[in-house]
Design a protein around this ligand. Structure first.
Ligand code: PGA
Length: 253
């Protein structure tokens, strides 16, 4: 059975004080996690070191929301994989649709970042997903196929099990509009098939594929019950300890 991974993408919310409050509340709400579930908190860069310290000895893992494709150098404003690891990060979200939409990230760039993350020993959570216009034009499958091929290019079969894929339909992010469990399952199945074509079925069966887009306590169980849905990437509902812990509990097999 694949491990369920519930990740919280804090986006550009929570200063240091608020980080302390939320991490304290989450540790109190979830002193342990259900056996088949892992949970990753992804605060902004400025909160990583504090959260990393606070999470020591807790069941929560730490992740970042982005990183540079470079090792180091004159890249003002950028943060490297090595820097993330030093704060305690084991995961990094890459290619989120907001990074693609507002910061021009392409499949090629996301691929370069993913390869760098893997080489540094970080597990990338690589995001893919179609826009509403693409879904309505009937090209969802082509878009997902291009994205998966692009972001996974050159990643070896040996590295691949450390990758997590997040399917995040852009039309469901922050909109309150969720994909139906059937819509999510259909795309997750497609992604697993694409991974099998690029690698093999045994490897594809091991890969965690998360769903993201308006996951809330009241819809999480139904989405997570789908065969090929192995976790969630949660935005809005991860900013409060009660809603995020309710989603983690919904992941229990
Ligand atoms: P949302 O965000 O849960 O607020 O829709 C999900 C995401 O962007 O990862």
């Amino acid at each position: 059975m694949r491990t369920m991974i519930i990740a919280g993408n804090w986006k550009m919310y929570k200063d240091l004080h608020e980080t302390k409050e939320l991490v304290t509340a989450l540790k109190a709400a979830m002193p342990s996690l259900p056996g088949n579930v892992q949970s990753v908190l992804c605060p902004p860069y400025t909160s990583l070191a504090l959260a990393g310290e606070m999470l020591k000895g807790s069941p929560f893992l730490l992740g970042a929301q982005n990183m540079s494709q470079h090792d180091e150098g004159a890249y003002t404003g950028e943060v490297s994989a090595k820097m993330l690891k030093a704060t305690g990060c084991t995961f990094v979200i890459l290619g989120h649709s907001e990074r693609r939409q507002y910061f021009g990230e392409t499949n090629e760039l996301v691929n370069a970042k993913a390869r760098k993350a893997l080489a540094a020993g970080l597990r990338p959570i690589i995001c893919v997903g179609e826009t509403l216009a693409e879904r309505e034009a009937g090209v969802m499958a082509q878009i997902i196929t291009t994205q998966i091929k692009g972001v996974l290019a050159g990643i070896s079969p040996h590295e691949m099990p450390n990758c997590v894929i997040a399917y995040e339909p852009v039309w469901a992010i922050g909109t309150g509009r969720t994909a139906t469990p059937q819509q999510a399952q259909e795309v997750h199945q497609l992604i697993r098939k694409l991974i099998a074509q690029q690698y093999d079925w045994a490897l594809a069966e091991r890969i965690t594929i998360q769903y993201g887009g308006s996951v809330k306590p009241d819809n999480a169980a139904e989405i997570l019950a789908q065969n090929d849905v192995d976790g969630a990437l949660v935005g809005g509902a991860c900013l409060k300890a009660d809603s995020f812990s309710a989603i983690i509990k919904a992941a229990q097999a």
